[in-house]
Design a protein around this ligand. Sequence first.
Ligand code: MF3
Ligand code: CO
Length: 254
Amino acid sequence: MSIIIKNDEEIALMREAGAILAWVHEELGKQLRVGMSTMEVDKIGEELIRSKGCIPSFLGYEGYPASICVSVNEEVVHGIPSEDRIIQDGDIVSLDAGVIWKGYQSDAARSYIVGTASAEDQRLVDATKASFFAGIKMARAGNHLYDISRAIDDYIKPYKYGIVKQLTGHGIGKDMHEDPCIPNFRKLTRGPLLKPGMTLAIEPMINMGTWKVGVLEDEWTIVTLDQKKSAHYENTVLITDGDPEILSLTGREV
Ligand code: MF3
Ligand code: CO
């Protein structure tokens, strides 16, 4: 495993990519409505990405056919947008998006409850987001990578939710997926040392019920095996010699 350290110019570009992606998510979040198809969400998202001169990194990635992953309820991640999938009141809609800006990437995801939120669903969405922030408290030079994983796991434990194990966060830079893999659950070891200039996509995927997931016949959509709902929250994060910098947040939406 070799984790690429970015230099100042690369970091500057990743900061710009992140700021654009943060804006894309903000705008997309504002436009989500009951009655929209998931295909409409993708089209709006692609338009927003291209309007800033970025390339949607997901489109064509290993054959993925869209720019935004739109995953509803029991769909965990990698949901394929469809004209036939209409967002219903109370749905948990997870939006995952990636942009390429001058050769550098940013990747981020948000889960929203569209329309009326049940207390149970709100708790899942809030805990998923909070687990990311618990994790990045450990994202500091001198700590080790799996300290982040353990902090996410520890945060989720009291909720008795299922933490998805088959999918992880990842390094990111020129490529969407670089070393290392970043599990959202406890490991036996502490893993590699964190150093300034590492850029990591940290992305807890948390299920209301079982942690076990499968894939639909479309060979993309990851779903919970018990059909219970799932939530996802992700940002691209820079390790510095002080506090971590969350590149894909504008600061207004924390
Ligand atoms: N954002 C996803 C990840 O974090 C990747 C989406 S897969 C794609 O790994 F095919 F849609 F690009
Ligand atoms: Co990712």
